[in-house]
Write a protein that binds this ligand. Structure first.
Ligand SMILES: [Fe+2]
Ligand SMILES: [Fe+2]
Length: 348
């Protein structure tokens, strides 16, 4: 058994026993470990079974040629280095094999030095390529990790912001979370693009963030608001929009849009701008349905919750006046899915 040269193992494939012997003698003298194969099929069996660093293959062989062997080997074993051995009359083919992934070729008859230099170069190049690839994979992995972290911290920040608004409000703890899920669901039912649906899920909880800017006397007043107080209350839409719209983040921009438009009504009698129909951005039309449904079906300090079915009966009156009729139909056709979210994220 030859001594291993830095544990590098070479597979020599040639149908002429004489050539196999010569190459084996050269690589053995250089201290490489080697295996021998008399045809391409045997070579593939060995490659399948053992770890091989370098393949030295004759081009002209019976049944399967060295070119075919090269084609299979580079596909199956991307870390394998290959050197082709060719006759003088076959230089063109040898050059072609370089394009197929061979690292080099030697022409028979060759000097032992020529082969040794080729082997050393091929193994060095292989080593560099493996290193490079590993480095690249590590980098890609790192980027993936950092991106995931970034997404997570952004979602957390948004969640914290919407919770901050919630604390100042009479809203129940899970209202903002349900708003996210309802809005995402309704968006999907309307066939909106996946990226927008996901943004809505994160951004819809911010719809009332502008309540941060409304005074406690109004926000926490137990009784009915006076007309003047209600006018102030209405400004939470614009305040929310102003807070969020300064961001360049697409999610926060969606949040700004919902904050601004979730109290608009389809007939133009909502606030703050009195937009009507499709002038109301779809995120606002979605937010309106989800917000009202959740408000009706959850308990607040000043009112009891009503059942989802009762809420649906009330909301149906708003189809086409308060709510976008098409969106409302998607909502009512898939009502059970909304009821499911309600029980999954119940306040109790
Ligand atoms: Fe609101
Ligand atoms: Fe709300």
């Amino acid at each position: 058994m030859p001594i291993a040269k830095k544990n590098q193992r070479i597979l020599i494939v040639d149908d002429e026993p004489q050539v196999r012997r010569v190459i084996a003698a050269i690589v053995e003298l250089e201290g490489y470990e080697y295996r021998l194969a008399e045809d391409a099929e045997t070579a593939l069996e060995i490659l399948d079974r053992e770890h091989i660093d370098l393949l030295i293959s004759d081009i002209n062989m019976n049944v399967m040629s060295g070119v075919e062997l090269l084609g299979i080997a580079v596909k199956r074993y991307p870390d394998l280095a290959v050197i082709m051995v060719t006759g003088v009359d076959d230089r063109e083919t040898a050059i072609e094999t370089l394009h197929m992934g061979a690292y080099g070729y030697v022409t028979k008859p060759f000097q032992s030095n020529e082969l040794i230099i080729n082997i050393a170069n091929a193994l060095r190049r292989r080593h560099l390529e493996i290193d490079n690839r590993r480095h690249r994979e590590e980098l890609e992995h790192l980027i993936e990790e950092r991106t995931a972290e970034l997404f997570q911290s952004r979602e957390e920040t948004i969640h914290i912001l919407s919770k901050a608004a919630e604390f100042r409000d009479n809203e129940t703890a899970k209202h903002t979370i349900r708003m996210g899920h309802y809005s995402e669901l309704l968006a999907r039912l309307c066939g909106l693009p996946d990226s927008l649906c996901r943004k809505l899920k994160i951004a819809a909880p911010l719809h009332d963030v502008g309540k941060i800017g409304i005074s406690d006397t109004i926000l926490l007043k137990p009784g009915k608001l006076t007309e003047e107080e209600f006018d102030i209350m209405k400004t939470h839409c614009e305040i929310g929009y102003r807070i969020l719209s300064e961001s360049t983040s697409e999610i926060l921009m969606v949040g700004a849009e919902i904050a601004f438009n979730h109290h608009e009504k389809f007939n133009g009698r909502g606030y703050p701008r009195g937009l009507a129909g499709h002038d109301i951005p779809i995120s606002g039309r979605i937010g309106a349905i989800c917000d009202v449904f959740d408000a009706l079906t959850t308990e607040r300090p000043y009112k009891d919750a009503i059942s989802p079915e009762e809420a649906m009966a009330i909301m149906r009156d708003g189809r086409g006046s308060h709510f976008d009729p098409d969106l409302f139909d998607r909502f009512s056709e898939n009502f059970h899915l909304f009821v499911e979210i309600r029980s999954r994220f119940s306040d109790k």
